[in-house]
Ligand binder design. Structure first.
Ligand SMILES: [Zn+2]
Length: 167
């Protein structure tokens, strides 16, 4: 949903052609403010141990009831790695570290860019919580391909399986 009012003066925004940028943007006719809308960054981690990865079944929308790995929006003031570590602690109570970048996922129809790390598990017992209604380890052969939450979930796990094949 697009913001309707100007962040600077409170005037009503209108979609206008911005000549200098050769595209339409929400503009405030009263003060000239231009609203730039850009993707937000999500950091995720795929925790692994003994050749299996830890996934969680989402308790909340979107994609409630479907499987993915811990991930969430990066806050101002933290790095991507810090965000991935924090989300993993918050969502499934696992301590991870020594992150290695798996890949970055973005799609024209999606408002987020998702950066996914692979990480060994250093501690903690995986548990459910406000965001996870179930947690489980999956081997590459047993991944729940038909029940994954997002396109980025599927592509990240495909990248993980491919990486295993090369190892
Ligand atoms: Zn304005």
């Amino acid at each position: 949903m697009i913001m309707q009012f100007c962040l600077r003066c409170g005037g009503r925004l209108e979609v206008q052609w911005v000549e200098a940028e050769e595209r339409e943007r929400p503009v405030c006719p009263a003060c000239g403010f231009i609203l730039y809308m850009n993707p937000k960054v999500v950091a995720g981690a795929i925790p692994f141990q003994d050749g299996r990865v830890l996934l969680l079944r989402r308790r909340i929308e979107p994609a409630r009831g479907r499987w993915t790995f811990p991930a969430g929006y990066v806050e101002l003031g933290e790095s991507l790695e810090e965000a991935a570590i924090r989300e993993t602690q918050e969502e499934v109570a696992l301590e991870i570290g020594e992150l290695s970048l798996l890949n970055v996922y973005s799609y024209p129809e999606s408002p987020v860019v998702t950066v996914v790390y692979l990480s060994p598990i250093f501690g903690g017992e995986p548990r459910t919580g406000t965001e996870a209604e179930e947690v489980a380890f999956f081997s590459p052969e047993a991944l729940p391909w038909e029940e994954l939450a997002f396109r980025s979930t599927r592509e990240a796990l495909e990248d993980w399986v491919r990486r295993l094949g090369r190892a």
